[in-house]
Ligand binder design. Sequence first.
Ligand SMILES: *Cc1c(COP(=O)(O)O)cnc(C)c1O
Length: 414
Amino acid sequence: MTTPSRSLPVHAPMHQFASADRHLLIGGLPLERLAARVGSTPFYAYDRTLLRSRVVELRAALPASIKLHFAMKANPMPALVGFMAGLVDGIDVASAGELKIALDTGANPHEISFAGPGKRDVELRQAVAAGVLINLESFREVAILANISAELALPARVAVRVNPDFELKGSGMKMGGGPKQFGVDAELVPELLSAIGKTCLQFEGFHLFAGSQNLKAESICEAQQKSYELALRLAAYAPSPVRFLNLGGGFGIPYFPGEQRLDLTTIGDNLAQLATRAAVEMPEAELVIELGRYLVGEAGIYVTQVVDRKVSRGQIYLVVDGGLNHHLSASGNFGQVIRKNYPVAIGNRMDCEQKESVSVVGPLCTPLDLLADKMDLSVAQPGDLVVIFQSGAYGASASPQRFLGHPEVIEVLV
Ligand SMILES: *Cc1c(COP(=O)(O)O)cnc(C)c1O
């Protein structure tokens, strides 16, 4: 009996970047020219045109009434946040540090929201003074905000972040359902709402975030539907009508072999239905989705130069000048259970016929510093530029840059 030949899963094509004369183009610039402009490697480069076109595609797929927020923890580079602020309807921050960057962009404070467990008293005070929406994550925050509001004579604008009674199926990181440090358990929310009603806090609505990096449109739709239903049930206990309903996001991008881009049509149709219902059931509510990775991840690359080429017992190693200290996610040490390769290319030798199986390793003294494990790449030599795609989210700011004392990574917006 013969078994049908099954081809190995491959990476989704990185067709968002063109190439010319064997050079990858970023923001229209050939990679070596960009490297010369930056002055040294390693660096992250984010492409403005791709950032903009991603937002345009999303707007085309989603109903016009849905507000699009950028969760800036995915990429807090100030120039990028400033650029995104001009494209989206709001910015979601998760610390006073991020709040400063968001305010510095000139974004309207009314369109900034602040979520996260363990907000310190001073951070809450800064947020009230700024006039941003605070997503409450505990009873403690209600008490503290009541005091701050009285002291500043400025009622805090609040929404309740709900830890739902369901999980986002198929998401890379679950951030809702079961016991969680995020939000307030759905069953305790009526009590919290009644506590809010006894203060001067200005109640605005609900925030639900079930999880991250989901590539299954059906699971995202299901989570959004359940989030909507839950918010509708909880609205009955609210001290005032719901004006803001953040249904989360969790839209994923393809990182690993076999993964495919998300189907936006299904999600758009589902949100259109919810928007129609909301117009009747919560007429004052603005529906929001908040996305991080999906907005910026595919628009960024990490570029690192080959320092050495070594052969160890038959295995070729390209040793490059940056590693997990700059790009923890690509090394597999940020949320992956089994390490898999990101899409990688030799950016100054695109489409070369001659390929070989190599491992790309960083300069750190740990075997964890692996950026590509036995991948077929164009034959490369010291001086060549290794590119890691899908690197616009959870890169520089999510990596242990001080580990082993190498230089910090540069970030450019092109
Ligand atoms: C991290 C986070 C996001 C962004 O998640 P992505 O997977 O990058 O889209 C959105 N909302 C909240 C509350 C988060 O914590």
